[in-house]
Design a protein around this ligand. Structure first.
Ligand code: F0G
Length: 452
């Protein structure tokens, strides 16, 4: 048994082997299962109340206290301070939105939006990438890689570009990535491989390449990534004055976020820092709904750490036989083989969670409502609002519940989706189409008088 304060171990509760932080692993070498970072909490100086973290705000000249991830570093204590790689991530905010509350069907004051698009690279991924970059630095990695639907690659590229600790190669599915995201990887200087295939293909390739070439893998199978993503929940609680909401609603793609949120609440509860746990709703796009199918339709669950692996295998085999590919306008979550599936099942189990699917129209309508009543978001993030609305309609979320929808990516990530929605035919429900007008003063005034 390792006596390290922080170590890696399989998510399987039956398996007690531990691995040191100096090992670069993306699966348990013995069981092949996903890994967690675990801590010997008795040896960590954890504040006795979450409120104590507020004092860090007074120390904003210290980069670690400025970071919305690392000011909570006692809750992810795997890195020495002098090894931490930070670019000021996590300055995100929780905004109450009454117009979105009305759309979802909640009482006034009960709907909150957590804007993770305000991160340096414009998505929640920076929360995880600061942690993975830190571990990469700790082990002396010279090159890092990831497969991506666009945000992971933008995030990894910005960390490499700004810190120069390592070089980066990103694998993206050709034609499967929104231009805002592709432009970021190129601008930040990442070597960008466009694979003739989709995200699932790109991830399979990058895993092989990293294993063979000894490159540091930064997808969310990297357990350090998820340590950083736990802090999204800490900031949500902070935004609510440390009160626990009734629901966290989050889009599900590779299921890293939902898994990280579950782990955050498991630990906070174990440490006695919260007295109850919110319910978790994971929202799939209908065209990429593996979790929904397996969990809600086939009854796949955590099962005390023994999810039915045969069921998963046969489901994937059937997808292959039918050549079924993920397909949604919310390209960020266009994923059929979510790598964190089992971890997400654990989170659903711990947080009394539910999974729902919403179609592209519902996603884009939800997104438009965030735009019309807030700072905006990219399509995948609209799934959380659409999912909350569906759960309200189904009576699972009550009008008086306090609900937090996680907005995972910035509105400007995918301008094509937004412009197509607002100018497309047939006109969607919340279209705000641009009005063509001749280059003529009188004609322009006619239009203005019409709308005045
Ligand atoms: N929302 C956005 C904007 C995303 O970019 C992603 C994932 C998700 C939601 C889903 O999160 O994977 O934790 O369930 N994007 C990955 C990428 C796959 O490559 O950028 P998840």
């Amino acid at each position: 048994m390792s006596t390290d304060l922080a170590y890696q171990s399989s998510i399987s509760p039956d398996h007690s082997s531990t691995y040191g932080l100096d090992e670069v692993l993306t699966a348990c070498p013995e069981t092949g299962e996903l890994l967690d970072i675990q801590y010997d909490w008795d040896r960590v100086e954890v504040p006795s109340s979450l409120k104590e973290f507020e004092s860090r705000w007074a120390n904003r000249n210290c980069p670690l206290d400025y970071s919305g991830v690392w000011r909570f570093r006692q809750l992810l204590p795997f890195a020495p301070d002098d090894q931490i790689v930070t670019i000021g991530e996590g300055q995100t905010l929780l905004q109450q939105s009454n117009s979105v509350a009305k759309y979802v069907g909640l009482n006034e004051g009960q709907l909150y939006l957590q804007y993770e698009g305000l991160n340096p690279s414009g998505s929640f991924k920076d929360n995880g990438m600061t942690a993975a970059s830190t571990h990469a630095r700790m082990v002396g990695a010279k090159m890092a890689a990831c497969a991506s639907t666009g945000n992971t690659s933008a995030s990894l590229a910005i960390y490499a570009g700004t810190t120069k600790h390592f070089k980066v190669i990103v694998f993206v599915g050709s034609g499967k990535i929104a231009y805002g995201k592709l432009s970021q990887a190129l601008d930040y200087g990442a070597t960008t491989l466009q694979i003739q295939g989709d995200f699932d293909d790109a991830l399979k390739q990058v895993r092989e390449v990293c294993k063979t070439a000894g490159i540091y893998l930064c997808n969310s199978v990297n357990p350090f990534r998820l340590e950083g993503q736990k802090t999204i929940m800490y900031r949500v609680l902070e935004g609510l004055n440390w009160e626990v909401p009734d629901w966290i609603v989050v889009p599900g793609g590779n299921l890293g976020n939902s898994s990280a949120f579950g782990k955050a609440f498991m630990e906070l509860k174990e440490l006695g820092l919260i007295d109850r746990v919110p319910r978790l709703a994971v929202i799939n796009a209908q065209g990429a709904n593996t979790l929904y199918e397996l969990h809600e339709k086939h009854g796949l669950c955590w099962n005390g750490g023994k999810p039915d692996s045969e069921l998963i295998k046969s489901f994937y085999q059937k997808m292959d036989d039918e050549d079924r590919r993920a397909n949604t306008l919310a390209s960020a979550i266009e994923i059929n083989r979510p790598v964190n599936l089992k971890k997400c099942l654990r989170a659903l189990d711990f947080c009394d969670g539910v999974v729902r699917e919403v179609n592209d129209e519902e996603i884009l309508d939800g997104k438009s409502q965030v735009g019309a009543g807030g700072f905006g978001c990219e399509p995948a993030s609209g799934a959380s609002v659409a999912g909350a609305k569906l759960l309200r309609q189904q009576g699972i979320i009550a009008p008086s519940d306090r609900v937090v929808c996680i907005l995972t990516g910035h509105q400007l990530k995918d301008p094509n989706a937004t412009v197509n929605y607002h100018s497309g035919q047939p006109a969607p429900e919340f279209q705000n189409a641009p009005i063509p007008v001749e280059n003529d003063f009188e004609k322009i005034m006619e239009v203005i008088q019409r709308i005045a």
